[in-house]
Design a binder for this molecule. Structure first.
Ligand code: ZN
Length: 347
């Protein structure tokens, strides 16, 4: 089967997302976003997310089929994220997908959400061409994850470093909350940083001198909290310093990512490509800066369209597509039933 029809589902966090792919090309990608519901809490509330997933998934599924102009009978494979993510939320999409596969007698593909982020840049890229990209490194940054992965080839991964505490996206969200800038924090901090001047307010770059490839953002977050307190106590108007504050905070984040990536590239100078994925790359400046750095080392830089950088099911579909090529799927009902969610699944 050259271009199988794949139905892919992701409910690992707050978005209910269903996509249909023909081979590595997306035919439809439907999302029911809960951003507004969770915004007032300043982050995702798992119980509320589950209720929304349960309510929305049948409709999102129908829309995805309709937009792709296919019926469930036409689908060749059903795929779903089984981890990592929020346990009670993962379950909704996974169970829905398993039921579909069993009832309709389709092979089932459990997908690691992080493999989805990693391969998201290959959506729509011809499989032959994708072979030129390896070995490669990947930087995955989102609200829950910050990691550097060595990719020998598709399906063969080794995590080189990760955050020891908060993820980049989490730190951005928390600082935005301190400043009452709303949720999610990344886009608004980047927007404000554009109007600020580097060096007026600066932060120590976290883990700058650590010898490993790990990250840490909890110290930076605490430093930011103290700084906000200090500036407020000085009685200066927020609008006088908030832009410089966001500039300084973003500079420290970008610098910390670059330092670790540079050492990873120097330690693995055989790599051809840097892959990036995760919702934090929706902040264009972060994407641009990391891209510039990768190209300065002569690496190819692979990233997806904006809609596939954050959590989505298109990336689950592309990971499933490459699993089909490797013949990694389940056909027996007993095996499909056994697939359980794994909230702490790692690459
Ligand atoms: Zn994610």
């Amino acid at each position: 089967m050259n271009n199988p029809l794949i139905l892919a589902i992701d409910t690992s966090c707050d978005d209910t997302s269903v996509a249909v792919l023909r081979g590595n090309k997306i035919l439809s990608s439907e999302v029911s976003s809960q951003v507004e519901i969770h915004a007032k809490w300043g982050g995702v509330v798992p119980d509320i997310a589950r209720r929304e997933h349960e309510k929305n998934i049948p409709m999102v599924y129908e829309q995805a089929l309709k937009k792709a102009k296919v019926n469930i009978e036409d689908i060749d494979y059903v795929a779903s994220t089984y981890g990592p993510g929020l346990a009670i939320d993962l379950e909704v999409g996974l169970n829905f997908a398993k039921d579909l596969a069993i009832k309709n007698n389709k092979p089932f593909i459990p997908v690691n959400h992080m493999e989805g982020h990693l391969l998201s840049g290959l959506i729509g890229i011809d499989g032959k061409k994708s072979e030129e990209y390896f070995p490669a490194l990947a930087l995955l940054i989102s609200g829950k994850h910050t990691e550097i992965v060595y990719v020998e080839k598709i399906g063969s991964y080794k995590k080189l470093g990760e955050t020891l505490d908060d993820a980049v996206g989490e730190a951005l969200d928390k600082v935005a909350r301190m400043l009452d800038l709303g949720y999610p924090g990344g886009p608004v901090i980047c927007e404000f940083a554009k109007k600020g001047k580097s060096g007026n307010i600066s932060f120590t770059v976290p883990m700058k001198n650590s010898k490993d490839l790990n990250f840490s953002y909890s110290g930076l977050k605490t430093a930011a909290l103290y700084k906000v307190k200090e500036l407020r106590e000085e009685g200066r108007k927020e609008k006088e310093w908030v832009y410089d504050f966001c500039r300084g905070f973003l500079d420290a984040i970008i610098e910390s990512l670059k330092i670790k990536l540079e050492s990873a590239i120097e330690q693995h100078n055989e790599v051809e490509t840097l892959f990036v994925g995760g919702g934090v790359f929706n902040s264009e400046e972060i994407l641009r800066e990391i891209g510039k750095m990768a190209r300065s080392y002569g690496l190819k830089f692979v990233f997806s369209e904006k809609e596939y950088r954050g959590d989505n099911s298109g990336m689950v579909g592309i990971a499933a597509y490459y699993k089909i090529l490797r013949k990694e799927y389940l056909t027996l009902k007993e095996d499909i039933e056994k697939v359980d969610r794994n909230p702490r699944l790692s690459l």
